[in-house]
Design a protein around this ligand. Structure first.
Ligand SMILES: [Zn+2]
Length: 402
């Protein structure tokens, strides 16, 4: 199937990123973009090629708002020794392509290494290599000794934080990542410690905002979430120790929550493969984390999908499993899928992705059955039939079907 060829995907259930249309709907794609969505009767005069959905579900390609392309789930952080940078760039490209095959047609890297992932973004977004559409944060910005300091731009005090933001802007970042607290997977940091002060975070947010860039704050403990919310970040990543106060403040400021539940769940599922300290932290936070996601959901907060792939035992390509964990926190299948499509596109500032409507890119996923009854139809990639990027079939057991 070529991107320049038109195709009618008919006889299926269609989720357009916002609402579900029952069986008997169709999507017409032409030149890589969606032409029309409607009941299949409305395409009665159409005589071009068709793809029979057979009652299955067509939805926008999934958008993952939090991955690490330069990490591969093995706990190693490559920092450019020897052929490190060259090898790491290729690995990041492989990881991006693995995500695409797993149904992720757009993603945001939430912290890389020496900006090597920027080359991968540029190559994929220009169509020189097959891959998802990519947004990048650049180096995470943290305090001395803070989370991920080995690969971060370490900056102390508001003025230095401003400079660190400017460096990421100079490198060509799409957003800014600030580390507000310790981390589950970073040895020697206490997860509940706030790291950056509200003042430092606010300085970073203000500088990013001057150049129209959103900010993401890694924030696990309550005080760090409060600091980040008061500083006005665009999204809180992880948000494990939410309270009524954090919920209220985040709602008031319409801050997105990117829970990254898979990062913790994968550690719990692979106890033999992770350091004892990380396992103990994961065990300590897991229930509280789920409860926090449920709290923000019930309060009406915006929650989007971010699988944190690249972290321990959390390989690229299995990103969609995050949806199962979101539903397990009490989110409906519908709200989880909105959070992985149209709402995620809003956070990533993707004006023509994440929704199936005329003029949008035909980034699509076809899955068996009805994911609104059983989220595993999307969350378990074995139920994916086809992944389509810009109208072109890029993965699936039926790959190459004409
Ligand atoms: Zn992360």
């Amino acid at each position: 199937m070529k991107a320049d060829r038109n195709m009618l995907y008919d006889n299926g259930r269609v989720f357009d990123g916002r609402q579900v249309f029952p069986a008997g709907h169709a999507v017409l794609v032409d030149a890589g973009r969606v032409q029309a969505v409607g009941p299949q009767d409305s395409f009665a005069g159409y005589e071009g090629p068709r793809f029979d959905l057979g009652g299955d579900t067509l939805l926008p390609g999934l958008i993952d708002c939090h991955v690490h392309l330069t990490m591969s789930g093995d706990g190693k952080t490559v920092t450019g020794q020897g052929n490190g940078h060259a090898a790491l760039t290729l690995q990041a490209l492989e990881n991006a392509q693995a995500s695409l095959r797993g149904g992720i047609t757009a993603l945001r890297d939430c912290g890389g290494v020496d900006h090597v992932e920027f080359a991968v973004r540029d190559a994929c977004n220009a169509g020189r290599f097959l891959g998802p559409f990519i947004r990048v944060s650049g180096k995470v910005i943290c305090m001395t000794g803070g989370t991920k300091w080995k690969i971060a731009r370490v900056a102390d005090g508001p003025q230095e934080v401003v400079k660190a933001v400017r460096e990421q802007l100079l490198a060509g970042c799409d957003c800014i990542k600030l580390m507000a607290t310790g981390a589950v997977l970073h040895a020697g940091t206490d997860i509940e410690d706030a790291q950056y002060t509200e003042e430092e975070l606010a300085a970073g947010v203000a500088e990013a905002r001057r150049f129209r860039k959103p900010t993401a704050a890694h924030a696990i403990g309550t005080q760090g979430i409060l600091n980040a919310a008061r500083a006005g970040v665009t999204s809180v990543e992880h948000g494990m120790f939410m309270t009524d106060e954090t919920v209220r403040l985040m709602l008031e400021r319409q801050i997105y929550l990117v829970p990254t539940l898979a990062a913790v769940e994968q550690v719990l599922l692979n106890p033999q493969a992770v350091p004892a300290a990380s396992l103990a932290k994961a065990q300590r936070v897991a229930a509280r984390h789920r409860e926090s996601v449920g709290m923000y959901h019930r309060a009406g907060g915006r929650i989007v999908m971010g699988a944190d792939t690249g972290t321990l035992c959390n390989p690229h390509g299995n990103n969609a499993q995050e949806l199962r964990y979101m539903v397990a926190c009490g989110m409906s299948e519908h709200s989880a899928l909105v959070g992985a499509t149209s709402l995620a596109a809003d956070l990533l500032n993707l004006p023509d992705r994440g929704v199936l409507a005329p003029g949008y890119w035909a980034d699509m996923l076809i899955v068996r059955g009805d994911p609104f009854n059983d989220i595993d139809q999307v969350a378990d990639r074995r139920n994916h039939r086809l992944v389509i990027k810009g109208g072109q079939v890029v993965a699936g057991p039926e790959f190459g079907l004409t």
